[in-house]
Each structure stands twice: as C-alpha cells, then as structure tokens.
Write a protein that binds this ligand. Structure first.
Ligand code: COA
Length: 184
C-alpha cells in the first residue's frame, strides 16, 4: 500500500534550510530516542556524515524517510574504487510499511548509477534487515572491511553485516574493502 500524497527529493545536506535540518533531527529522535542512545553499541563509533540525502515527506509535511549518501575513494583488494556509502536509513514509526524506505533506496541506486563514477554501494546493517536489503539488490559482503577510527586504521566490527550494491561494477561478496576513513 502507498501512503497518499508523498513527495521525494535528493538534496545536498549542505543546502538544507534550517527547518529541513530540524526535520532530520526530529526524525532521528523519533527513530532513535535520545534516552536509548547510551545503550546503542555504535554510540562510540566515529561515523562519517552524509553528503546527500533522499527525503520522503508525508502529505502532512512530516519527514517520513531519510537515506543518507556519500562517496568515498577506497580500495577493493588493493585497487582504487569509488564507493557510495548508504547510511542513516530510517522511517518515522508513524509512516512505516508504506514502502518509503524501499522507494528511497531505489532512488538512491538510480542517482548513483546516473553519476557514472561509482563502482559499488556499501552499507552496514543488523541481521534482521539482511533479507530486506537482499530483496532490493544488495548482497552480503563477508570479507574484511577496513576503516579508520579517530585517525587509526582498524577492522570494522561494530555492525554484524556489510552489504554491497552493484553500480558500475559488480557488488563484491568477499575480499578486502578499505574505506580509507570512518564508516557510515
Ligand atoms: C528499516 C526501516 C527503514 C524500514 O522503513 P519502511 O519505510 O517501513 O520500509 P518499507 O516500507 O520499504 O519496508 C518495510 C519492510 O521492511 C522490513 N523491516 C523493517 N524493519 C525490520 C526489522 N526490524 N526486521 C526485519 N524486517 C524489517 C520488513 O520486510 C518490512 O515489511 P513487513 O513489515 O511487511 O514485513 C524502518 O523500519 C526503520 O526506520 N527502522 C529503524 C531504523 C533502522 O533499523 N534502519 C536501518 C538501518 S540499516
């Protein structure tokens, strides 16, 4: 089922007006209540901020869904690659199960393909969402993910699953991906 009268856009985070930034913060707090933040295993992880976001608004003007995007010059098995980061995927509890996240993720994939400079996408997720992302063309990456944390190279272990999306090239399923910076 589709929620009526939604609108979608892809925006540079740096171009967001103050009320749009506030809407992003309100959505974050609705999905991850600040009181529960301390219990979150990723609270101490250094994350990279998104450069763009896909936003979906409900008919009453509430930001229903946010998907963050960024680009990263990294390596796959030692070869230079451009990786698209997809992160911060969230839908307001009042607007779930209308297909908004699915629509935003598909739009993100089209945006990345249209750029012509992205080799593959990468996201990290919890076990229950493996099937969801698989249904949207993502595959599990079971190799090693190297990142930096506060300037130090390290192996990423904060999320149990890493998934990749084919863009210009195939989605890697194993090997070594080095993000050359913090994860997202
Ligand atoms: C995951 C999330 C973004 C989905 O948003 P949405 O707009 O409702 O997504 P869609 O309508 O496209 O798809 C809904 C489907 O997502 C899947 N899904 C969502 N949350 C899930 C969970 N915790 N476990 C398993 N599947 C889940 C289900 O398949 C669901 O369909 P169903 O309810 O009919 O079984 C939303 O539930 C959310 O914000 N969750 C909390 C934040 C989060 O976990 N984000 C993902 C980070 S990787």
């Amino acid at each position: 089922m589709e929620e009526p009268r939604t609108t979608m856009s892809i925006d540079l985070m740096a171009d967001l007006a103050e009320h749009e930034r506030n809407a992003v913060a309100e959505l974050r707090d609705a999905v991850y209540p600040p009181a529960e933040e301390a219990d979150w295993s990723g609270a101490d992880v250094e994350w990279s901020p998104a450069r763009w976001r896909v936003g979906i608004w409900s008919g009453d003007g509430e930001l229903a869904t946010h998907v963050g995007l960024l680009l990263r010059a990294g390596t796959l098995d030692g070869k230079d690659v451009t990786i698209a980061g997809v992160g911060g995927v969230k839908t307001h509890p009042r607007h779930r199960r209308f297909g908004h996240a699915q629509r935003a993720l598909r739009a993100a994939g089209e945006f990345l393909r249209a750029r012509g400079d992205v080799d593959f996408g990468l996201l990290v997720c919890e076990p229950p969402l493996l099937g969801y992302y698989s249904g949207l063309g993502w595959r599990e990456f079971t190799g090693r993910l190297l990142v930096t944390q506060y300037g130090e190279p390290t192996v990423f272990t904060a999320s149990p699953h890493v998934m990749t999306l084919p863009v210009l090239g195939p989605a890697p399923a194993d090997g070594v991906i080095d993000l050359g910076g913090p994860p997202w």
